[in-house]
Design a protein around this ligand. Structure first.
Ligand code: G1P
Ligand code: ZN
Length: 542
C-alpha cells in the first residue's frame, strides 16, 4: 500500500559542499530523512520505471535510511533499486554502478570523513546519471523544495534483507542486492596493469593500507590482497564499523598518525596509504616521505601514461582553486588544459563529461579521473602502485625528481574547527570589505599583487559560482586562501590554505611549516584570525 504522508518542512536541509550532512539525532527527527529524500525525488523528472542506486559507507543509521529509500522509491515509481550488500557502497563504487547500470541516479549515504555513531554525523547526497554529485542548480532545487514540502510518498513494504545477494520483488519494484566490490574491482582491472602489480608484490614490495574501519576495507582486501597478492595484513582496520572504531575516518596526518609513524619509522614498508569513511579520499605516504595531495595530483598526472588506462595521455587536468599550482606546471609541460574550479567534486563533472579533463584533484586528499564521476581513494593508490612498478624507483625518488623538474610547491592547510558561526562570518565579512585595498600593500615584508573572491565561470554550461574563497596573491607567486567549510556539522570551520613555490632544488624537501612561516604570519595579519576567533593556533594542520 502506498501512503501519502503529510509533513512539515525543515528549514535546514541545504546541501553543502557534498550533500546534506547533519548529526544523527537531527536525521532521526520525525520525517527528516523522508522530507529530504522526497525533496530529491520531487526535483527530478522522468525516473518512472528507472533504476536508482543506493548504498553508503556503513556508518550508524545507514541501514535504516536505506530501507526508507527503498520504500519511498517504490511509492515514487522507480522500477529498480540496486543496493550494495549490507548497505555498503563506497562513493566511487556507487558512481561506477550508476554509470555501468545506466541508472537514473543514486543516493549515497555518507558523511565522508566525519565521525560516525549515534551522536555523530550522517549524510545523504544525490548523484545524477553521469555518476557525479548533483550540480548546484539541482542542489538548489532540492533545497527550495525541502522548504515547502508538505507530503512524501512511502510504500508499506517490509524491510528488505540487505545481506542476501540477488533480486526480489518489493511492492512491484525490483530490489537487487549486489556485491559492492565486484564491479568496482573489474573497472580497476581495466585501468591498471594487475600483472605488473602482482610481480611487484611477489618481489617483496611491502605496503600498508589503513581502511580506518570504514568502507574501503572490503575493497582493499579483495583488490590488494586477493587479486594482487599483497601480503596478508597489508590492509589494516579493514572491517567497516558503524562508528569507525570511535575514530575520525579522515586520512590525514592527525587521524592516520599510526600509519604516518610507521611509514617514517625504521622498518617502514615501501608504500603506505589510507582512505576515508566513504572511500573517495586518499592519503599517500612513501617510505620516509609524506606526499601532499596537491603534489600527488601533479605526480599522478605527470606519470599517468605509465598505466594502461591512460597510455593515450591526458586531455586536461582540473584542480580546485585552493589546491596548489603543482599540477599547473605538469599541464603546461604536457601542453594540455588546466582548469581551476571551486571546492567540491561536483564542479569537475562538466569538464569530465565534456572530455576536457582526464584527471582531477583537490588538496583535501581527493584525486580521480574520468573512470567515474567522484574522487576515488583506491584508484589513486593503484595508480601510484602502477607508477612505482613501472619506474622501479621508490616513492621518495619519484618525488625528488619531480620537484627537481618542476619545482616544489610548499603547501599546507590550517583548519580552525568549530569556531562560533558569527565570529567566522565576521572574519570573512571584514576580509571581503578590505579586499580592494590590499593590492600594493605589504605584509610581513611581502607585497600583495592581487586579492579577490574567487568566482568560477563553468566553461561547459556557462554557469557562474560566486564567493568560492578569498585569495590573496603575493608577488612571486605565493598565496594564502581563506574559505569556510561547507561540510561541517557544528559551528564553522575556517580553512586557510598557504602556498609558496620554490624552484631551487637545494631548498626542496625542507620542513613545510618552516618554509611557510612568513606566509602563516601574513595570513593572520590579513584576516585577523586570532582577534576574530580567539584562537592562537589551528585545530588541524595538514
Ligand atoms: C571538504 C574539502 C573539499 C571536498 C569536500 C568533500 O569540503 O575541503 O575539497 O570536496 O570536503 O569531500 P569543505 O569542508 O572544505 O567545504
Ligand atoms: Zn569522502
Amino acid at each position: 500500500m502506498i501512503r501519502n504522508v503529510s509533513t512539515t518542512p525543515y528549514n535546514d536541509q541545504k546541501p553543502g559542499t557534498s550533500g546534506l550532512r547533519k548529526k544523527v539525532p537531527v536525521f532521526q527527527q520525525p520525517n527528516y530523512a523522508e522530507n529530504f529524500i522526497q525533496s530529491v525525488f520531487d526535483s527530478l523528472e522522468g525516473f518512472a520505471g528507472k533504476t536508482l542506486v543506493v548504498g553508503g559507507d556503513g556508518r550508524f543509521y545507514n541501514r535504516e535510511v536505506i530501507q526508507k529509500v527503498i520504500a519511498m522509491a517504490v511509492a515514487n515509481g522507480f522500477g529498480r533499486v540496486v543496493v550494495g550488500q549490507g548497505g555498503i557502497l563506497s562513493t566511487p563504487a556507487a558512481s561506477n554502478l550508476i554509470r555501468k547500470r545506466k541508472a537514473f541516479g543514486g543516493l549515497i549515504l555518507s558523511a565522508s570523513h566525519n565521525p560516525g555513531g549515534p551522536h555523530e554525523d550522517f549524510g545523504i547526497k544525490y548523484n545524477a546519471e553521469n555518476g557525479g554529485p548533483a550540480p548546484e542548480k539541482m542542489t538548489d532545487a532540492i533545497y527550495a523544495r525541502s522548504k515547502i514540502i508538505s507530503a512524501y510518498k512511502i510504500a508499506d513494504v517490509g524491510a528488505v534483507d540487505l545481506d542476501r545477494l540477488g533480486t526480489s520483488d518489493v511492492g512491484g519494484m525490483k530490489v537487487e542486492v549486489v556485491d559492492p566490490v565486484a564491479d568496482y574491482a573489474a573497472l580497476m582491472e581495466t585501468l591498471f596493469d594487475f600483472d605488473a602489480l602482482r610481480t611487484l608484490f611477489k618481489s617483496g614490495f611491502r605496503m600498508r593500507f589503513d581502511a580506518m574501519h570504514a568502507v574501503t576495507g572490503p575493497y582493499a582486501k579483495e583488490i590488494l590482497e586477493r587479486r594482487l597478492g599483497a601480503a596478508g595484513g597489508t590492509a589494516r582496520n579493514f572491517v567497516p564499523l558503524e562508528d569507525f572504531g570511535g575514530h575520525h575516518p579522515d586520512p590525514n596526518l592527525v587521524h592516520a598518525k599510526e600509519l604516518y609513524d610507521e611509514m617514517m619509522g625504521p622498518n617502514a614498508p615501501d608504500f603506505g596509504a589510507a582512505s576515508d569513511g566513504d572511500g573517495d579520499r586518499n592519503l599517500i605516504i612513501g617510505r620516509g616521505i609524506f606526499i601532499t595531495p596537491s603534489d600527488s595530483l601533479a605526480m599522478l598526472a605527470a606519470n599517468a601514461h605509465l598505466a594502461p588506462g591512460y597510455k593515450a595521455g591526458l586531455k586536461g587536468i582540473a584542480r580546485s582553486m585552493p589546491t596548489s599550482g603543482a599540477a599547473d606546471r605538469v599541464a603546461e609541460k604536457l601542453g594540455i588544459g588546466i582548469y581551476e574550479t571551486p571546492t567540491g567534486w561536483k564542479f569537475f563533472g562538466n569538464l569530465l563529461d565534456a572530455g576536457m579533463a582526464t584527471i582531477c584533484g583537490e588538496e583535501s586528499a581527493g584525486t580521480g579521473s574520468d573512470h567515474v564521476r567522484e574522487k576515488d581513494g583506491l584508484w589513486a593508490v593503484l595508480l601510484w602502485l602502477n607508477i612505482l612498478a613501472e619506474r622501479g624507483e621508490s616513492a621518495k625518488e619519484i618525488v625528488t625528481k619531480h620537484w627537481a623538474t618542476y619545482g616544489q610547491n610548499y603547501y599546507s592547510r590550517h583548519d580552525y574547527e568549530e569556531v562560533e558561526t558569527d565570529k567566522a562570518n565576521a572574519l570573512v565579512d571584514a576580509l571581503r570589505a578590505k579586499l580592494a585595498s590590499l593590492p600594493g600593500t605589504s605584509v610581513q615584508g611581502m607585497k600583495i599583487a592581487s586579492a579577490d573572491d574567487f568566482a568560477y565561470n563553468d566553461p561547459v554550461d556557462g554557469s557562474v559560482s560566486k564567493n568560492q574563497g578569498i585569495r590573496v596573491l603575493f608577488e612571486g607567486g605565493s598565496r594564502v586562501v581563506f574559505r569556510l567549510s561547507g561540510t561541517g556539522t557544528s559551528g564553522a570551520t575556517l580553512r586557510v590554505y598557504i602556498e609558496r613555490y620554490e624552484a631551487d632544488p637545494s631548498r626542496h624537501g625542507h620542513d613545510t611549516q618552516a618554509a611557510l612561516a612568513d606566509l602563516i604570519l601574513a595570513a593572520d595579519d590579513i584576516a585577523g584570525i586570532r582577534s576574530h576567533t580567539g584562537r592562537d593556533k589551528p585545530t588541524v594542520i595538514t
